[in-house]
Design a protein around this ligand. Structure first.
Ligand code: PGA
Length: 226
């Protein structure tokens, strides 16, 4: 079981307070994904720390980007790639996601690659086609995890039903043999029913990861569901 907190462009909780609270949680791998400016403090607090994005080159004229060796240099353990907000607002493509993931894995980072369909795509019956396209550019790796995040469930309070999540996870695993996390309005009160699904290997949590107590409660739910 893996629970990752995606703080997005929020300062997030105090890393030391969070690390203290999580010290009593066992049986689940907990990861935090703060904004770039918060990475060092999370590393120093002893949290497994991932960036929210990573570039495919080691260095170069790429204003606004950060490379895998730079992240490793400050003690980060991994990175998200292909979050739907990157795809929606910053023009991230499947090819770019593939390059970021491959370079980060080759450099030694763990990677959580995010996939998921929009509401329009689900309503048009295109969910499997979209997932196939997004997953097909990724290659299985011991340090690669996929996060299934239906775009219509992110930050909306709408959660996929456990059955919908299970179906999507099973489909993704039929394409690529890696752990699959669920993301999209995961809260303390819906975490267990999602994570007891056989192909749900944990959660990628946005809003509910910003408070120590709600994030810790989700981590405890994951440990109970393991
Ligand atoms: P949410 O975000 O939990 O706030 O829906 C999830 C995510 O975007 O990773």
């Amino acid at each position: 079981m893996i629970v990752a907190g995606n703080w997005k462009m929020y300062a997030g909780p105090d890393p030391r307070e969070l690390a203290d609270r999580l010290a009593s949680v066992s049986g689940v791998e907990v990861v935090v994904c703060p904004p770039f400016t918060g990475l060092a403090a999370c590393v120093h607090a002893g949290l497994a720390t991932y960036a929210q994005n990573v570039h495919w080159e080691r260095e170069g004229a790429y204003t606004g980007e950060v490379s895998a060796p730079m992240l490793l240099g400050i003690g980060a353990a991994g990175s998200l790639v292909g979050h739907s907000e990157r795809r929606q607002y910053f023009g991230e493509t499947d090819e770019g996601v593939a390059r970021r993931a491959a370079a980060a894995l080759a450099a030694g980072l763990d990677v959580i690659a995010c996939v998921g369909e929009t509401l329009a795509e689900r309503e048009a019956g295109e969910t499997e086609e979209v997932l196939r396209r997004q997953v097909s550019v990724l290659e299985a790796h011991a340090r690669l995890v996929v996060a299934y995040e239906p775009v219509w469930a992110i930050g909306t309070g709408l959660t996929a039903t456990p059955e919908t999540a299970q179906d999507a996870h099973a489909f993704i695993k039929s394409l690529l043999d890696v752990p699959v996390l669920y993301g999209g309005s995961v809260k303390p009160d819906n975490a267990v029913e999602l994570m007891v699904q056989p192909d749900v290997d944990g959660a990628l949590v946005g809003g509910a990861s910003l408070q120590v107590e709600s994030f810790a409660a989700i981590c405890e739910a994951a440990a109970a569901a393991a």
